[in-house]
Structures are given as C-alpha cells and as structure tokens.
Design a protein. Structure first.
Ligand code: GSH
Length: 211
C-alpha cells in the first residue's frame, strides 16, 4: 500500500493511525500542500478531488478519508474500528462524523486561504473563526462523553473510528491555541491514545516530510 499524504494534514493523520491500528505496512508518499502539488494534473488524474489522503491499494486509488476508514474496516476487519453493538456503532459514528463534517470541513486549508484571499480577513480573525467552529462541536462531543463514563476510550479498552478522527483534530486545536482546559474527557482519551504505538508513529512530527 502507498499512502499519499502531508505531515500536517489531519485527514492524512487519520489514515496513518488507521493503517497502524490495523497493522498494515505502507509506504508514505509526501504531497506538498503548501506548494499545491495536490493540484498538479499528475495527481488529480489519480484523485479528482485533489485532496489528501489518497490510498493506493489493491490496484486502485481511493480518496476521502471517512470512506477510506470505513473501507479499511470492511476490507481488514481485525481489529475492528466499530463494535458489533449497533448503539456503540451509532455513537462512534455520531461523534466521528460531527468532527469530520462540522469542524474539519469548515476549517480546512482551502477555506482558511479563501478567508484571507479574496475575502481579506486578518490572521487573528481567521484564528478566531477556527476556534469558533472547534468549540461549537467539541463542546457537545465533550458533553456526550461525560454521559458515557470515564474509560480510556469511547468504548472498551481499544480505540476505534471516533479516536482516529478525534486525535488529529485535537492536534490542530492545539496548533490554533484552543483552550482544552474545560474538556477533561477529550483530553483523557487523547492521552490514552497518544501512548499507543500506532498513534505515536502517525504523529505529524514523525513523518518524513516534517521539517
Ligand atoms: N473530505 C476530505 C477532505 C480532504 C482534505 O481536504 N484534505 C486536506 C488536507 S487536511 C487537503 O488535501 N487540502 C488541500 C486542498 O483541498 O486543496 C477527506 O476527508 O478526505
């Protein structure tokens, strides 16, 4: 397998964690988002979204991280990202997709660039935007977790779909100086995940394209 990604891309970070948890070996292929290499025709011919990550596996190029996570879990079921219990599956998806669709989508790099040019917003306004959309969804996720107990993970003794999406988002939250002081459930789960080899190996600082 080859994973086309960028060290600080949170959606690439999701896939690195997922492949590590599944125990799947992969080659990292850096694509520089800052220079726009993801928009080169050589890349968009393979991935018309021009987005990262892209996974080359089983003779096919696949994009869109959430679909990729679900595909990986179906193609390589052990260990599972979603539990057998339908309510547990629902909760993991509820929280993971809230982060993916309500935070990541509006805080993605092309959105932030557009706010700057052509809309003309200053960097401090853009940072305020970023933290606004974080809080709007991380607060209800924290409230949901408060009802679910105080384990290391959302469910049981292993991370799954929710944690794979959460950890890269918290990495970004810290980059934007977001205050996680009132989010003890999120930070407890974060600490447990970061102690695991699959999460440690996937960290942006440990990637071959990290400065
Ligand atoms: N919905 C997509 C979003 C992917 C995405 O936008 N990734 C970012 C990096 S975190 C990217 O490639 N941005 C560059 C661009 O879209 O031009 C997914 O989940 O894979």
């Amino acid at each position: 397998m080859r994973l086309f990604g960028y060290f600080r891309s949170s959606t690439s970070y999701r896939l690195r964690i997922a492949l590590g948890l599944k125990g799947l070996a992969f080659e990292s292929v850096p694509v520089n988002l800052v220079t726009g290499a993801n928009k080169d025709s050589a890349f968009t011919q393979r991935n018309p979204f021009g987005s990262l990550p892209m996974l080359e596996a089983d003779g096919r190029d696949r994009a869109q991280s959430m679909a990729l996570l679900e595909w990986l879990d179906e193609a390589y079921p052990t260990p599972p990202f979603l539990l057998a219990d339908i309510e547990a599956r629902y909760t993991a998806r509820e929280l993971a997709y809230a982060i993916a669709t309500e935070i990541h989508a509006v805080n993605n790099l092309p959105v932030l660039k557009y706010l700057k040019d052509p809309l003309g917003h200053a960097q401090d306004e853009i940072d305020t935007w970023y933290r606004h959309w974080l809080k709007r969804t991380l607060d209800p996720v924290e409230a949901r977790l408060a009802h679910l107990g105080a384990g290391d993970f959302l469910h049981g003794d292993a991370p799954g779909l929710f944690e794979i999406v959460l950890i890269p988002q918290l990495y970004n939250a810290r980059r934007f100086a977001y205050d996680l002081g009132a989010s003890p459930h999120l930070t407890r789960i974060e600490a447990a995940c970061l102690a695991l080899p699959a999460f440690a190996a996937a960290h942006p600082d440990r990637q071959i394209d990290a400065p």
